[in-house]
Design a protein around this ligand. Structure first.
Ligand code: COA
Length: 376
């Protein structure tokens, strides 16, 4: 490397963009979107209002919200070719791979695919938010040998998602729990997947390519994939009575405990605090309280020894499970929320773009003389 900068492993603490979208105060466990505290947004706003906030910078009045809702509902259909593609995909493949492929395919059909203007990007953000939800559900129905459930125009985004997934209209409580979860996942500054979308955007590529990359980054268990890993851990533990023995062994084995720890939050993840309350209610209502109790006990044991904080994915796991969401769909559901923030970041990046191109510090051998193959 020629410049005099030093290596910062994992880019920890590096500021790579200015943003009006997210204010993340890790030392004080505070998170706000466009200035609005996450607690208020999760409890009092709908996901559609949050989308409006992220894409236009302001909470909508009734007229603007109605307009956006009409646009989101109108964008719910996905191309028949995509549904056909779901039918020929291996039924046991990871739904994250399918979602990544689906986003790429949606780009092939999008009328604004190669238009990177601000207005086109907002139109694509609306379409992708609706179409990704439909695609996740249609693929799940296809792999289960069921016909897709057409979107219901009278249902809001969260309720329609559960309806398309299960074929049943969800209760108001269930709807609110998913809606708030989507809001809590909607935006989180320069996390790995959002950074990925910004890097792809910075090459003047396009929104669908950037989002497909974001899905790939989100899938990893150190990022969004942690949610399903938490549920698999709870299932491995099996019963509350096993938590102590599990924790002792896991800590002795220096096992990485999914749903714990965070790069930025040192004083706790504010989203986890909200999700904990919602998980308690949802697990109780669904008759699956055991998973919530087990998660609380696991947290108490781990925190007592390692002081690790639970992150957003810890309580969302029992919560999603209590909603009847299949474990391998947890990450796609997180993507269905994060799409609002990914697209808002992509719009912001295009509006003030410069190629993102860091350096690598070469630590290999010095300059060597090429030796022809026959002489090696
Ligand atoms: C989120 C995460 C990747 C942040 O990682 P990071 O900032 O790079 O922190 P590191 O991986 O360098 O970990 C720092 C220390 O804390 C420990 N640690 C962090 N998270 C841990 C976890 N979940 N379980 C066990 N130990 C953990 C590490 O072992 C390391 O200890 P050491 O210094 O003694 O080696 C990490 O906490 C993690 O892997 N969590 C589990 C996955 C998860 O829940 N991801 C979702 C995040 S929202």
């Amino acid at each position: 490397m020629t410049e005099g900068t030093r290596l910062i492993r994992g880019l920890e603490g590096v500021v790579a963009a200015e943003t009006k979208l997210c204010d993340l105060d890790g030392a004080n466990a505070r998170l706000a979107y466009c200035g609005y505290g996450i607690d208020d947004l999760a409890r009092r706003a709908t996901f559609e209002e949050v989308c409006c906030l992220l894409w236009y910078g302001e909470l909508p009045g009734k007229g603007q919200l109605d307009q956006l809702t009409v646009s989101l509902v109108a964008a719910r259909e996905i191309p028949a070719q995509l549904v056909d593609a779901f039918r020929v995909m291996p039924t046991d493949t990871d739904p994250n791979r399918v979602l990544q492929a689906a986003v790429a395919m949606l780009g092939m059909f999008d009328p604004d695919a190669n238009d990177n203007s601000h207005a086109a990007n907002v139109r694509k953000a609306i379409r992708l938010t609706s179409q990704m939800a439909t695609a996740i559900c249609a693929h799940h129905r296809a792999r289960s040998g069921q016909a897709p459930v057409p979107p219901a125009p009278d249902l809001g985004h969260a309720a329609n998602f559960l309806y398309m997934l299960t074929g049943r209209r969800p209760t108001p409580v269930t709807t609110k729990v998913l809606d708030a979860s989507l809001t809590l996942y909607a935006e989180h500054e320069l996390n790995a997947s959002t950074f990925t979308t910004r890097v792809i955007t910075s090459t003047d590529s396009d929104m669908h390519s950037a989002v497909a990359g974001g899905v790939g980054a989100l899938k990893g268990p150190l990022h969004g994939g942690a949610g399903e890993a938490v549920m698999r851990t709870l299932m491995e533990i099996g019963e509350i009575a096993n938590v102590d023995a599990f924790t002792t062994k896991a800590l002795a084995d220096k096992r990485r405990l999914m749903g714990f720890g965070h790069r930025v939050y040192t004083a706790g993840d504010p989203r986890a605090a909200i999700l904990k309350g919602m998980a308690e209610e949802a697990c109780r209502q669904s008759g699956q309280f055991k998973w919530y109790e087990m998660a609380v006990k696991l947290y108490e044991r781990v925190n007592a020894v390692k002081k690790l904080i639970p992150n957003v994915d810890f309580y969302s796991a029992p919560l999603f499970y209590s909603l009847g969401i299949p474990v391998d769909l947890f990450t796609p559901v997180i993507a269905a929320g994060r799409i609002a923030g990914w697209t808002a970041n992509i719009v912001e990046q295009y509006d003030d773009n410069r190629l993102i191109r860091p350096r690598g510090d070469y630590i290999g051998s010095g300059r060597r003389t090429y030796v022809p193959l026959a002489q090696r």
